[in-house]
Structures are given as C-alpha cells and as structure tokens.
Design a protein around this ligand. Structure first.
Ligand code: ADP
Length: 226
C-alpha cells in the first residue's frame, strides 16, 4: 500500500513541485501517472524512493512510515521499490547477467542464491539468450528488459517505471508494457509514468493526472488527457 496524505514539496528556490497530494494505491494495483513536463511526476517518484522529503504531509509505504524510518532502513526500503528509467542506466562494462547479479551482490546476497535467481528472472523477461551480451550489443527493448530484470530480481513489492518506453519504438514499447502487465499479474504493484497516449488509453487501468503539482484527476479506468 502506498499512502500520501496532503503531501507538498517546495524546493529551495521556492518552486512548489507538489501541493497537497493525497493518494491511496493498493497492493497489486497498476497505476499510470500522467502529467506534462514539470507537473511533478519525478518529484513524486523521488519522494517514494526517499531521495526527496516532503515539506509537509505524510507518506506511508507498506508498513513503513517515512517520517520515522531511520537511515539504516533506507536501503531496505529501496529494495522494496524497484525503479526503471527511460535511459536504462545499465553498467556498460557488465553483461546482462552481471548487471542483474550486481543488484544482488550490493545487497549482500550469497553467490549461490545469485546463481539461482538471475537466470530465473532473465527467463521471465525473455532474455535468457542474451545473458552474456553487453548493453552495447542489445536493442533498446532488450536494454529495458535488462533494467526491469535488475529491478525485479530483488523481489520488490512495487515497481516504478518512469517513462520506460520513452526511448523505444512502438513495437518494443508494447512489449515492455506487456511485460509490466505480466509482472503486475504476478502480484507486484506497478506505477508507470508515460507520455504515450495510445498506451494509456489502451491499458484501461487507473490513471492519475497531475497538473502543476496537484492531482487533478484520478480515474479507475482512465484516459490520457492533458
Ligand atoms: P515532471 O517529472 O512531471 O516533469 P518534476 O517533478 O521534475 O516534474 O518538476 C516539478 C517542478 O519542480 C518543476 O517546476 C521543476 O522545474 C521543479 N523542480 C524539479 N526539481 C527541482 C529541484 N531540484 N530544484 C528546484 N526545482 C525543481
């Protein structure tokens, strides 16, 4: 569960990025967040992964109250929330397998467990054949699959996909959306941000529209309208 109660963020330069945002997202939901550039989407994502703190308001994710979480627990929180970005952020000198394994290594997972988990997740995202390839040898869609595998391998409760199809052609975009839907069916909450009207309208899922830092629309079966 993700709960935001009257959350506002004002940056040091007095820009109000979010203003009185209240949201309730249930476990296993698939939610798309839309809003024009500067609306506050990235700020919302940074709040959820605790890279940003609200100026006022309350955030609770799962059983974690962001006001009282101590520093030592932030890595734990970030493991519960996987994030993928438009520009993939893969490590160029590591193979697909190594990129995914690295996410577990930094969390101190034992190598036996890594050897079990990584091939399994690569199979889930359809990348078993490419596991020894480097990012430069992959298509955009394959790069995004690698990034998704890397986020998923830690078994997050929530997957945030921030413009995951922004650098992809329509065919690869749909493949990534299908993959997100599959992950969601397996029980992971998915938060998607996108500017792709065609995708949002075809999904027929909940759509939260943000405009100038405020939630201006929140519809169970939403459409892209800005
Ligand atoms: P979006 O992701 O929807 O494009 P952002 O959350 O990045 O929107 O930005 C919301 C508003 O906050 C914009 O007006 C942006 O210029 C401003 N903003 C974002 N990050 C910062 C920052 N670090 N310092 C000051 N203003 C910022």
């Amino acid at each position: 569960m993700i709960l935001l109660d009257r959350v506002s963020v004002m940056y040091a330069n007095k820009t109000v990025a979010l203003s009185g945002v209240s949201l309730h997202i249930n476990p296993k939901e698939f939610v798309t967040i839309v809003g024009s550039s500067g609306a506050g989407k990235s700020t919302l994502i940074r709040l959820l992964i605790k890279e940003e703190v609200p100026t006022s308001g309350k955030i609770i994710v799962g059983s974690i109250d962001y006001d009282t979480i101590d520093k030592a627990n932030i890595p734990h929180l970030r493991r519960r929330i996987g994030v993928v970005f438009q520009d993939f952020k893969l490590l160029p000198n590591l193979t697909v397998y190594e990129n995914v394994a690295f996410a577990l290594e930094v969390s101190g997972v034992k190598s036996k467990e890594i050897k079990r988990a990584v091939p399994k997740i690569l199979q889930l995202v359809g990348l078993s054949e490419k596991m020894h390839n480097y990012p430069s040898e992959l298509s955009g869609g394959e790069k995004q699959r690698t990034a998704i595998a890397r986020a998923l391998v830690r078994n997050p409760k929530i997957l945030i996909a921030d413009e995951p199809t922004g650098n992809l052609d329509p065919k690869n975009s749909w493949d990534i959306i299908e993959l997100l839907l599959k992950i969601n069916r397996f029980g992971t909450t998915v938060l998607l941000t996108t500017h792709n009207k065609e995708i949002v309208d075809a999904l027929k899922k909940r759509v939260i529209t943000i405009n100038r830092g405020r939630v201006v629309k929140d519809e169970k079966v939403g459409k892209y309208s800005l």
